[in-house]
Design a protein around this ligand. Structure first.
Ligand code: THG
Length: 368
């Protein structure tokens, strides 16, 4: 395969030296930044993630900072999730929609204080949308991207490793809560969160220069835990039903179509952009929705183009992500299916590049 040319438009991260030294085999581009996708192999990385602990360079989950008297007001304009009960110390997974109810991003929002928020974004230029809204309404708020780079500590041994470097109290954090912890004299925000179902933390590293010292300290401290560099894993995230913005959903989808209706409180999210559109779709319900899909046969190739899902000669949906799961001995996939065919157990045919394959619609992901 041809190589990707790296230039200033394709940003390195504070941990790039560590990622290279660990032998990253491939990368993708996410928020104009390098994101590793494979170290040993997707299957080996998955097995290791489920049994040990990994360091993830997820710097590409960039922070958009909202700071100023209107920060909370602006934040509530961006999402149909009701933020009134949210306290400093909490993280919320928040769909962000445009005026038509179309998904713009699905970030994690962190409330630092009444007048300061971080929005930890998925792969779209959300900063520009937020700046536009703030300027258009002349809000009293600064919108910027700080030098903050998330480092994931993911896997069943994550608590053990984090405790050795940040102290035992880091293990008291509850899911989607954060606290402040010190490393070599620098305070950093650590949350119990991450893009896997294996548990762990995300360290919001507040200065590029402390990136490699922290990376090296974690690698050193976790030697006997078999710590290894890792990255969001395609197999594990499909099994867990974690969606990928730009792949499994786009601006053409509402949160309800994406199965993110449980993160919308459109009735009470007063001031939210797209509220009228979402009130309408939440009343009527979506006519297509994200589903887990099980695809028969041997390992499917990578899903670059959407694969049509057929019922007879009718196209009733499409697969957006797929991978062979060694643990489930089947191909696990994410698809969008029309309501006429979205019931659990519905049998369909998926047109893969390797030819047609039988497939089953599932109401639940695997959570494996
Ligand atoms: N962590 C941080 N920033 C991120 C991601 C992350 N930005 C980009 C991307 N990932 C955003 N997408 C997601 C998708 C799923 C979750 C988080 C971010 C997630 N979901 C949990 C689940 O579905 O089980 C729980 C959500 C909840 O119950 O509140 O964690 O990973 N910093």
């Amino acid at each position: 395969m041809a190589q990707l040319s790296v230039s200033h438009r394709l940003r390195r991260t504070p941990f790039s030296d560590g990622v290279t030294a660990a032998g990253a085999k491939s990368f993708t581009v996410y928020n104009h930044m390098l994101l590793p996708t494979v170290f040993r192999s997707v299957e080996e990385d998955c097995a290791h993630l489920k049994s040990a602990v990994q360091l993830w360079d997820v710097s590409c989950e960039r922070q958009v900072e909202l700071r100023g008297p209107d920060a909370s007001r602006l934040m509530q304009m961006l999402t149909p999730r009701d933020l009134r009960g949210m306290l400093a110390g909490q993280c919320y997974y928040v769909p962000i929609v445009d005026e038509t109810g179309g998904m713009l991003n699905d970030p994690v929002a962190l409330k630092l204080s009444e007048d300061c928020w971080w929005v930890s974004i998925a792969d779209s230029d959300l900063l520009l949308w937020i700046k536009g809204v703030a300027y258009g309404l002349r809000l009293d708020v600064l919108v910027d991207e700080p030098d903050v780079s998330p480092l994931g500590i993911q896997g069943p041994l994550a608590d053990k490793l984090a405790a050795r470097v940040f102290g035992d109290s880091v293990t008291d954090l509850r899911f989607f809560r954060y606290g402040w912890f010190e490393f070599e004299g620098t305070d950093m925000l650590i949350a119990r969160s991450g893009y896997s179902k294996q548990g762990g933390f995300e360290v919001y590293v507040p200065d590029t220069n402390i990136g490699m010292p922290l990376w090296n300290a974690l690698m050193e401290a976790g030697r006997d835990l078999d710590v290894h560099a890792g990255c969001p894993n395609l197999i594990e995230r499909i099994e867990g039903g974690l969606l990928s913005y730009g792949n499994d959903m786009t601006r053409a989808n509402t949160p309800h179509e994406c199965g993110l209706g449980r993160f919308c409180n459109t009735q009470t999210a007063i001031g939210c952009i797209g509220r009228d559109a979402l009130l309408r779709v939440s009343m009527e319900g979506p006519i297509r929705q994200t589903r887990a899909i099980e695809i028969d046969g041997p390992a499917v190739p990578a899903c670059h183009d959407y694969w049509p899902m057929m019922a007879g000669d009718k196209t009733v949906g499409r697969v957006s992500s797929a991978a062979w799961s060694p643990d489930h001995q089947t191909n696990v996939a994410v698809g969008m299916v029309r309501m006429t065919h979205w019931d659990d157990g519905t049998e369909l045919v998926v047109q893969t590049p390797d030819g047609p394959r039988g497939a089953l619609v599932r109401e639940q992901f695997w959570h494996g």
